[in-house]
Design a protein around this ligand. Structure first.
Ligand SMILES: Cc1cc2nc3c(=O)[nH]c(=O)nc-3n(C[C@H](O)[C@H](O)[C@H](O)COP(=O)(O)OP(=O)(O)OC[C@H]3O[C@@H](n4cnc5c(N)ncnc54)[C@H](O)[C@@H]3O)c2cc1C
Length: 476
């Protein structure tokens, strides 16, 4: 029986074989056409792919995988791919959850994880310049050793790279204090589709026309290959304070956090769980039911004590009951553990997470609509959510779903996404807060961007006229 590919390679075998030969001249054994390497490079953590996988279907099968070790090698590869008209899909840790790194037309996957050096740490400016393929955990551990932190701590810290963070516009779990990745990027080195390198000037801010560097932040590899980045870092905090509170209802919890943030109290970690998720994740450490708020303040001790005191006062004013620091400790201990996913998949569950965002005035109706829409899809066993990543004007809603729909698991997965995206757009939310677009969210991008999608299309055509950089993404 022949293998069914969801995205078969569209490349001509002769073009591929002369391209592979040229790659070998350049990189030697850092070029692979082995089925194992190609299968691995053809997928990321997109849950839809797990469903196809279970039925023996293969998501994609790139023709070749390459591992450059320097920016010059990336340039040479881009020029070769351009001569041979071979699509290139850059790949970091492959931890994207929406299919962004899937090479939908085949061609070459450029795995950047061997570009992992720390080029410079500038203590006075609090800047670090790193190669794009460095894993988050490697960078964070090295910074910690020297008394610093990146402040960008996604749950996928051990699975993802700096280049992937920037390309997917990622966010860390300590973002309410330290901000999202785009606020940390002070400079980029990018290899462009015409085979030249652009190194941006590093400055705290610039008014030299539109923000060209931002074109590459969130572009998911469609406009350029990020080979290095200069990130803003912080000194390690002197003190930490942790608290948790239960609220009579979600509305009171949201109001308390909004007031905190708008008054300038910035907990590094700030997570408000709905009653169902709180019970699921924290029943071993919190006896009282209801929505649960976790707070972690960190920084210089006098500032932390002040933030803790004002933050606590605001929560109590909104009817909260204090539940100690144990829930926060529990979260810190378990936050990187995703073993439940594997266990549930083995039992035949369909699982996914959907993150959206909205302003405070819309966030609760958005929560009701999105969670309610998923709960209403036949087969859903559970859909619950939490709010994290708070801003002065709004917050991110992160929904987890699990269903046992029987045979039609792909259909069920699609119906959940349709229900959630429709509900989000109808309530004025944005369809992506930090996972990007990839393949999973692309069908709804036009509804969110309107004429913006045409801008994106024209930029893509102008920068990458032969559509070689991660083609088939964003629906452009
Ligand atoms: C268990 C788990 C937890 C997660 N938690 C979080 C979280 O807390 N916060 C969050 O934001 N996300 C999270 N994610 C999603 C994922 O980790 C992020 O999207 C991350 O930024 C992807 O980085 P990566 O290196 O794995 O990139 P990949 O998945 O390899 O690639 C992502 C996209 O970027 C492109 N790309 C990769 N490297 C480059 C480069 N150097 N130049 C140009 N384009 C490039 C790829 O082509 C692709 O389109 C999680 C994922 C998992 C599996």
């Amino acid at each position: 029986m022949s293998t069914e590919f969801i995205f078969p390679s569209l490349q001509h075998p002769e073009a591929i074989s002369s391209f592979v030969e040229a790659c070998r001249d350049l990189l030697g054994d850092r070029v692979s056409t082995s089925p194992e390497d190609r299968l691995k490079a053809g997928k990321d953590w997109w849950p839809r792919a797990w469903l196809w996988d279970a039925r023996g279907k293969v998501l994609s099968f790139p023709d070749v995988v390459v591992w450059p070790e320097s920016t010059e090698e990336v340039v040479a590869l881009v020029r070769l791919a351009s001569q041979h008209r071979i699509p290139i899909t850059p790949r970091g840790g492959g931890s994207g959850v929406l299919g962004g790194a899937v090479p939908v037309r085949g061609g070459v996957v450029m795995d950047l994880t061997r570009m992992r050096r720390i080029r410079e740490l500038h203590e006075e400016d609090l800047l670090v310049t790193v190669e794009a393929g460095i894993l988050g955990i490697t960078l964070e551990e090295e910074l910690n050793r020297q008394g610093f932190t990146c402040g960008h701590i996604p749950q996928s810290l051990a699975l993802s790279t700096v280049g992937g963070w920037i390309a997917a516009r990622s966010i860390g779990e300590f973002s309410t204090k330290y901000g999202p990745i785009e606020g940390m990027v002070a400079g980029l080195e990018v290899v462009l589709p015409w085979g030249e390198i652009w190194r941006t000037r590093v400055a705290p801010r610039t008014a030299t026309g539109p923000g060209l560097m931002d074109l590459f932040v969130g572009a998911e590899g469609t406009l350029g290959i990020i080979t290095a980045a200069t990130l803003r870092i912080r000194r390690l905090p002197e003190m930490r304070r942790m608290r948790s509170f239960t609220f009579p209802d979600l509305a009171k919890g949201i109001t308390a956090v909004r007031e905190m943030i708008q008054r300038g109290v910035l907990p590094a970690v700030c997570r408000l769980y709905d009653e169902m998720e709180a019970a699921y994740r924290f029943s071993s450490v919190v006896r009282k039911g209801g929505p649960l708020l976790l707070l972690l303040f960190e920084g210089e001790s006098r500032l932390v004590l002040a933030e803790d005191s004002v933050g606590t006062e605001i929560c109590l004013d909104h009817g909260a009951q204090e539940t100690g620091e144990e829930p926060m400790q529990h979260w810190l201990k378990t936050r990187f553990d995703v073993s439940e996913v594997e266990a549930l998949l083995k039992q035949g569950a369909v699982l996914d997470t959907i993150e959206v965002a909205a302003t405070y005035s819309r966030i609760l109706p958005l929560y009701d609509a999105v969670v309610g829409a998923i709960q209403a899809v036949p087969g859903t066993v559970v859909a619950f959510g939490h709010f994290s990543h708070f801003y002065p004007d709004g917050a991110c809603l992160y929904v987890s779903l699990a269903g046992f729909p029987g045979e039609d698991r792909e259909g069920y997965h699609q119906r959940c996404w349709e229900a959630a995206m429709h509900a989000c757009l109808a309530r004025g939310g944005t369809i992506s807060h930090h996972h990007g677009i990839g393949l999973q969210k692309a069908p709804w991008l036009g509804q969110e961007l309107g004429e913006g999608l045409e801008i994106l299309r024209r930029i893509k055509r102008a920068i990458d006229p032969h559509e070689l950089f991660n083609p088939g993404k964003f629906g452009v």
